[in-house]
Design a protein around this ligand. Structure first.
Ligand code: C5P
Length: 243
């Protein structure tokens, strides 16, 4: 069988040419990396779980009118997405202090933040994704002021949606990262949520026990990562079946 053309390979996903112009196939690998790929492993089944979980969140967002790149899941590891022009920013939203904000500002992990905080990081592995301000983003032309206002609005809508869904199954959404893409429709440009929404890019804590159910299990050697992701999928009712 002819192999599809590979467009891009990242740390956890591969993008292939899609069946129609303007589409791509996003393949979820089992590879896990942390600390800018200094720590690596293969976690059997992770790609299947993230494909399902990202489908679940992106479908919910699409149904709410929050535009995403997601079209449909194709099989266990692949989904059909719209091709977008990725804005070179990682957009992080935090509800509770953890990870880099705790380290940088000396805030104890687990401290609720006074309001959701949106941060931007410049996507560049060689530089270790440095934090940047709106000043940098506008001065260097990565996005306009209008884009930034729209990106913050999108990020906060994703936060409200995913926080609410997770709280319904007894999980706190501590923080998460999304990426934003541009889609051109004639002269009109639309910003959409791209990449993935999965426990690889969120911090998820059990609301009662505080147990970590996200990639920190791998980063901090806290147990079996696939078991943690399976628990998230089980609670959401999206445990992968065959096909
Ligand atoms: O490390 P930090 O505390 O800044 O991470 C904030 C959130 O963004 C976490 O949920 C983390 O999983 C996510 N993140 C990510 N990819 C990165 C950096 C952070 O998904 N390159």
């Amino acid at each position: 069988m002819a192999r599809r053309k590979k467009i891009y390979e990242g740390k956890a996903k591969i993008l292939y040419e899609g069946p129609e112009p303007g589409t791509l196939v996003q393949y979820f690998k089992d590879d896990a990396t942390a600390f800018n790929a200094e720590k690596k492993d293969v976690i059997e089944g992770k790609g299947v779980l993230n494909n399902r979980l990202s489908e679940f969140f992106m479908t919910g967002l699409n149904n709410l009118g929050v535009p995403t790149h997601f079209i449909k899941r194709l099989n266990m590891r692949e989904q059909l997405i719209r091709a977008v022009e990725i804005i070179p920013l990682e957009v992080v939203v935090r509800n509770i202090a953890a990870g880099s904000i705790s380290k940088r500002l000396g805030i104890e992990e687990g401290t609720p933040l006074p309001r959701p905080i949106v941060e931007f990081y410049y996507k560049d592995d060689a530089l270790g994704d440095p934090m940047v301000t709106e000043e940098h983003i506008i001065a260097f032309g990565w996005a306009s002021q209008q884009d930034l206002d729209d990106i913050v609005a999108l990020a906060l809508r994703v936060n409200d949606f995913v926080s609410g869904i997770m709280m319904g199954v007894g999980i706190k959404l501590v923080d998460f990262k999304i990426e934003i893409g541009r889609i051109w429709e004639g002269d009109y440009m639309r910003l959409v949520v791209a990449d993935e929404i999965s426990p690889d890019s969120c911090r998820l804590w059990d609301a009662h026990t505080g147990q970590k159910l996200d990639k920190d299990v791998f980063r901090r050697d806290l147990g079996n990562l696939a078991d943690a992701y399976t628990e998230v999928a089980r609670r959401l009712g999206v445990l992968p079946q065959n096909g």
